[in-house]
Design a protein. Structure first.
Lengths: 213, 213, 213, 213
DNA sequence: TATGAATGAGAGTTCATTCAT
DNA sequence: GATGAATGAACTCTCATTCAT
């Protein structure tokens, strides 16, 4: 057997199974919500039979939890490194960070997960809690470091950091909820342009809207 | 018939029924989501039998729509009047408006409905569209007027209004999604204080976080 | 009170109630069948409320039975008298009898009852049996007398009377089932003309289709 | 997979399922009518669970339609061939045809379907229409050919074919309605003997009941 | 390991029947 | 008597889950 060296096609597929199922489930859960997604659809989209799905995941709920866990594998390590390496004005860093978030999370399927977790938090508090610890808290910590850096460098004025962090999270959460709920039903003309919005929002947070005295 | 003068107990109940059912449905939909709420539960909570519910609402979906309609019934009229009557600085007006939103929507069950609509938008695009027209659009228009007033009076500097409006909506949507999803699972210490957050957010939007040159 | 002499409108209506309900029920049962007819519809058509119907008939089943009983009140007395009074050829009498049946039963709502009884006989064997005794048997006896008269007068050749009677009933039953089932769905062009059919049928029964030797 | 060679027990069952369900449905629909038959009963009689039935038929109504289609699947081909091959007197052919009808339709479960279709025509006009096109019309065409053959050969006198055809259909429809409605409730003594009746009826139609001039 | 036929608890909905007014 | 709001049993249909093959 050559499995140790180069897996056969069947073996490769076998190993890929859970991943394919998770991808299919992610797409469908995001599109239709947990309750409205049928496991048979997930299986079909992953190219396997209904029974096979239950070989890998003991129940629909566990499949959901696995989807969430899988999709949010630690993304903050490299991000923190980028922050440390950044040279220059903190306003620039902030803009860069928000943009990076949009490109790496907001624009990708990962944004669907957040929407999903928030939508189904009532039904899966455990998942919401897990998400809080694994994603939200690290994210807040990262943003806090950016702000702290700004204050330390004299770029930003002193402020209540915890609260300000939420001011940065808010537009991101809003953007992704919007994208996955209201946007699909709005006439294109009215549609919110995410990057432009993010730019304006950061701009306002940096400089404010009030006329200077 | 005495119905013209004083309604009998039965008649009084009959008039109250739809409201009682709507209340029960609102509570349960917000708590468990649309799919996970059983009509029998709604009926039971309203103190009637399953069949009675269908006397007033032809289907579960129509019940849901009715809940949405009921909860958001024209709230913008008085709000616009207050805006017109307001004397003073536009920054004050903005703070006042955001506070009022929290007190009238964010703190009440109406916030649950918005969370629900956004969560179930994939399953009920029609509802999402309805919500967009009946709630979101009027809300945006109102905020736009506030900003325009500020610019006209020289309180605010000129800006892209449409985009800035979303910067005001974002914290509200965020707050209410948070309240109905993550908040219930987070340790109290970490909990976001909505009023404080809103204050900080508006403060930042008004004056920015950057050190003045 | 004048009720003994001339009843008031309300009293007249009260006495008429069961009749109005029976009429409404007859029409709806014939149109939609027993199961598909809702008692509320019957009540509405009779201009009363659902509850009132149950004041006069203890159940939907009893209503159905009453409809059948009511609609077939002895019609054979006068018919037998006509037969006795008839002068002339028995072939003429037979034609007359069949025509009279069509005009008095086939064309009227009474035909719907027969269709109904036959259709629902499986569910209401008791009703079928009642119908057999009250309608079918007297009808057969009457037709038998017509045939016997023909034989006695030398108009008809001897034959098995019981069986021949069914040959006369068959086209009537057929016609009324047809009218209440297939006819409504057939293109007008194909539609069976009842009187013409009855004429042909009696003609054939009288003279046959075989070429005479 | 061995399915190509010898189907497994499960596979054999799977193939048999629709047929078993159809048989069970036929029996129950005929016995109790469409509305009074519960799908669970049908499933139980076929030895499967409620859910299984819906694996094969998407709804109760479709099950009913399938029963109708199945029971009447092209029966007229061979019948027309027999007619073409028939040698001899047209009166004989007519007797043979009517007898064959009784043996192949009247005596079998197929008669129950016709009764059912006529009984439920009000509720399922679509089915009635389908039946008209698939069964009644071909039947009429066949009988018409028999009569035409008789006239062409000089066995029968000229006549209005369309109308005469109904004179042949009438006793068949009558017989089958009778069998499925009144017959079960009548005392055996009174019972109509179908074959005898059909014989008499055809005899009368061939030769008439009038004494020859 | 993979399948998909089979299951059956459970949900929404209907409607004959009851009964307080 | 008359009403119609209320009931709840009954019914169709769904779908996560199981298991023989």
């Amino acid at each position: 057997m050559n499995s140790a060296l180069s897996p056969t096609k069947r073996e490769r597929r076998k190993e890929a199974r859970p991943g394919e199922l998770l991808d299919a489930a992610l797409a469908l859960f995001v599109e239709k919500g947990f309750a409205a997604t049928r496991v048979e659809e997930v299986a079909a989209r992953a190219g396997v039979s209904k029974g096979t799905l239950f070989l890998y995941f003991p129940s629909k709920e566990e499949l959901f939890k696995a989807v969430v866990r899988e999709t949010i594998a630690g993304r903050f390590g490299e991000w923190n490194d980028e922050l440390d390496a950044f040279q220059g004005d903190s306003a620039e860093l902030l803009r860069y960070t928000m943009n990076a978030w949009w490109e790496r999370i907001g624009m990708t399927a990962a944004s669907g997960i957040t929407k999903l977790v928030m939508s189904e938090a009532g039904t899966f508090p455990e998942i919401a809690s897990f998400y809080q610890h694994e994603v939200i808290d690290p994210g807040r910590a990262l943003l806090k470091r950016v702000l702290q850096r700004g204050i330390d460098r004299g770029d930003f004025r002193p402020m209540d950091l915890d609260s300000a962090v939420y001011s940065l999270i808010a537009p991101m959460i809003f953007l992704l909820m919007w994208k996955h709920s209201m946007a699909p039903c709005c006439p294109p003309a009215d549609r919110l342009d995410p990057q432009a919005f993010l730019g304006t929002q950061v701009g306002l947070l940096l400089d404010g809207m009030r006329v200077r005295p």
